[in-house]
Unconditional design. Structure first.
Length: 659
């Protein structure tokens, strides 16, 4: 039998068995002609013609014939309008949220500011059962917003309200009004460290978004803002978006060439890579000597027609080139957990696996321990009574580490953790390894019972060590000696003497360090210079201010203020070249800077000083949290017994007694 005849016989035969739900066997094939003739399906005549007359020479012709005669589905979808009842709002939108400033207006969409809220309204949206397409799209939009509001991811503006306003005939969304830097500003004035943090934050946001099976689809620099430049936080805008006519939004510059044929996830990944290149000054698709790994990764994505831009994995490896070589050098502890869909390894970032410890929601006497590193995070339950991890939860893939992970870490571990699927919880190796860190159990105890009686302190602890800790303990040990021997270096009989608790005194060191920085006292109203390109000028009187004399050309100086809790708040970056003896010019200013008034105090420090300060602050806090709790119970928590009230100098320092 010729090949064409075989094809004409077997193709309809197999298709008939599949479509009719019949088993393919010699017996069923014998009755094939009768089966086809008895069928009432629309393809009956086509298959009979092919079987009897061999009218198709190949599968392509048969497929074209089937598509040509395939009946058109004339059935109508119905939409149950009652599904939208939870989202119906009885008010008129423009009265409930009055317009303060119109930001954008088109034929189908209005965006305006109402007080500190951003209102988006899609006009002429009136879903009915007769328009199922608009009904389903409106329902999907509202359900997505319901999920996002409950999750409240930090990379999205806070959602206040949403729904359908029948009286206004519109679908609406009310969110937090975000003010921040644009991507272009970040590319122009952010430091390399800030850019690195910003890129990691963007990747973390998109990775988490995709983990929710949600996609932006129209990501580009104008669709995000950056808050808190010191620790940059991305805020994604226009997510989710709604189209009255159902079209999907595209941006050609930040999408692959096959824009019509790629998914929203691919477009998001492409945009992340291109925006990263723009932030770092890398020409798209060109080699870069400074960032050779990144430019090579972009080249691979562009050349890979099958898997290009489908994942951020290769790009993240290029951003962290050391992470790929860490497998051979780093210690890896393997743990087994239940219901792990994919084995992952969580690597330390620069030698540090970040550990956050919190009381368990189920049992406050247990600790929920979150291990975070390059590659992902995993949450485990630690029982202090057993001094062991007992259970864990499936890990989450993560492409980067956020600043929040670092700041909220209670301890850093030097090894990696590989999480594999297991029919039981296998945490023996991790329990054995964590036992080498004597301070771990103490930190867990301190986090679970912050007001509990302190335990004996071992000054050889891995967690608390260094000169500052030794000084701290030396003072406390002196206090213990005085108490045991009934002596005191201070005069208890002096009525002007007072007790200073150690914790209060050392916390005062943290609270007042910023006050020792160079400062100015604003004199008059701030203003925006017209000629030098600065964003804001802060006038001051040199005689009562220290000004900027201590800084050198080339220093990156930032301005900050203190809130009521003595926490420093960044308000802008100083333009040293344009600043004068009676004016400090800011090349970048936040709304808090613009709100400064006469008499307000502004402090200044270099970004290098800020980094050093944060390290000292974190070290001192750790000593207070760990070492201070480890003093033996009988010791009174004071320096000696009492401090004499000595007069203070004009700078706030305690004046020592005369010798």
């Amino acid at each position: 039998m010729p090949d064409s005849a075989l094809l004409s016989y077997w193709l309809p035969s197999l298709q008939t068995c599949i479509l009719e739900g019949r088993r393919i066997s010699p017996e069923s094939l014998k009755e094939l002609d009768k089966t086809v003739k008895a069928s009432e399906a629309w393809y009956k005549d086509i298959f009979l013609d092919v079987l009897c007359h061999q009218s198709c020479k190949d599968a392509g012709e048969l497929f074209a014939l089937l598509k040509e005669q395939e009946p058109y589905d004339t059935s109508e979808f119905e939409f149950d309008i009652s599904e939208l009842e939870p989202f119906q709002k009885p008010f008129k939108l423009e009265r409930q949220y009055q317009e303060d400033e119109l930001l954008k207006e088109t034929d189908t969409k209005e965006i305006y500011r109402s007080d500190h809220q951003l209102v988006k309204a899609w006009t002429n949206v009136r879903p009915t059962s007769k328009d199922p397409e608009q009904g389903y799209r409106s329902l999907h939009f509202c359900n997505t917003l319901t999920s996002l509001k409950s999750l409240s991811p930090e990379y999205l503006p806070e959602i206040y309200d949403f729904g359908l306003s029948a009286r206004s005939g519109s679908l609406f969304l009310v969110t937090e009004f975000i003010e921040g830097d644009t991507w272009e500003i970040a590319a122009a004035i952010y430091s390399e460290e800030q850019k690195k943090l910003l890129i990691n934050n963007l990747i973390s946001a998109i990775t988490h978004l995709h983990g929710l099976n949600l996609y932006h689809g129209d990501l580009h620099p104008e669709n995000l803002l950056i808050t808190n430049p010191e620790n940059p936080q991305v805020k994604l805008l226009d997510l989710p978006d709604f189209s009255v006519f159902g079209e999907e939004s595209f941006n050609h510059r930040y999408s692959p060439e096959n824009i019509d044929g790629c998914t929203a996830q691919v477009r998001d990944n492409f945009a992340v890579m291109r925006m990263t290149c723009e932030l770092l000054g890398i020409e798209w698709g060109q080699e870069s000597e400074l960032f050779s790994e990144i430019s090579a990764a972009v080249y691979r994505e562009n050349e890979d027609l099958d898997a290009g831009f489908k994942s951020l994995e290769r790009f993240v490896e290029a951003l962290h080139p050391d992470a790929s070589s860490v497998d051979e050098n780093i210690e890896i502890i393997e743990i087994g957990l239940k219901k792990v869909s994919e084995d992952i390894t969580i690597y330390p970032d620069n030698g540090q696996l970040f550990v956050n410890i919190e009381p368990s929601n189920k049992d406050p006497n247990d600790a929920r321990v979150l291990l975070t590193g390059i590659g992902g995070s995993v949450s485990l339950i630690y029982k202090p009574q057993e001094e062991a991890f007992v259970v864990g939860f499936p890990p989450r893939n993560r492409d980067s580490i956020s600043r929040k992970d670092i700041d909220t870490s209670d301890i850093e571990l030097p090894f990696a953790v590989r999480v594999v699927d297991s029919y039981r919880y296998d945490l023996a190796d991790l329990n054995k390894r964590i036992g080498d860190f004597e301070g771990f159990a103490k930190i867990v105890s301190a986090k679970l019972k912050p007001d509990a009686e302190p335990e004996d302190f071992d000054d050889t602890s891995d967690i608390v060590k260094g000169g500052l800790a030794e000084l701290f303990l030396s003072d406390l040990n002196s206090s213990e000696y005085d108490q045991e021997h009934g002596s005191s270096r201070f005069d208890d009989s002096d009525p002007e003497s007072t007790t200073f608790h150690t914790s209060d005194l050392w916390k005062a060191v943290l609270d007042t360090e910023t006050m020792a920085l160079p400062f100015i006292e604003v004199s008059g109203d701030t203003f925006e210079p017209k000629s030098d390109g600065s964003k804001l000028a802060l006038p001051y009187v040199p005689e009562v201010s220290e000004g900027l004399e201590k800084f050198r050309n080339g220093d990156e100086v930032e301005a900050l203020i203190l809130n009521e809790e003595h926490e420093d708040i960044w308000i802008g970056d100083v333009n040293l070249k344009k600043s004068k003896s009676s004016e400090v010019h800011l090349k970048k200013a936040t709304p808090k800077a613009k709100a400064l008034s006469d008499g307000d105090t502004v402090y200044f420090r270099t970004k290098m000083d800020r980094s050093s300060y944060k390290k000292r602050k974190n070290a001192l806090k750790r000593i207070l949290d760990c070492a201070f709790r480890s003093i033996r119970p009988p010791i009174p928590l004071t320096f000696g017994h009492r401090f004499r009230k000595y007069p203070a100098t004009h700078s706030g320092n305690i004046r020592p007694p005369p010798s």
